[in-house]
Ligand binder design. Sequence first.
Ligand SMILES: [Zn+2]
Length: 123
Amino acid sequence: MPIYEYEACDAGRACARCRTAFEVLQSLKDPALEHCPECGAPVRKLVSRCRAAIAEADEGRDRVESRVKEYEQQGLWSHAAELADTHAAKVGDGTLKMRAIDDYRKAGYPLETLEKHAKSETE
Ligand SMILES: [Zn+2]
């Protein structure tokens, strides 16, 4: 499931959440956010910093796991989740998938979204 980054168009009207870039977990079907979910200020989509993580998913399982672990140690939960998730989907690895879900949860994504996501690809 892709993570998108947004930031306020006008920093002067931004709240604590959107003043700096914030991440949103969205389905491909979801329209791009136009307003901050906290304060309603107009936001624009950024090119995701997670691209690098996705490209690295071509690596072998051991490399991927060690990078996921690195991200986790740095507290970069969404990066760890995205990398684990992408690789899990590619190779059909259920263990890695659950780890991704766990990292998404630590990153603060809503449980309901994650449950849907967990079901969508494991069935
Ligand atoms: Zn805001």
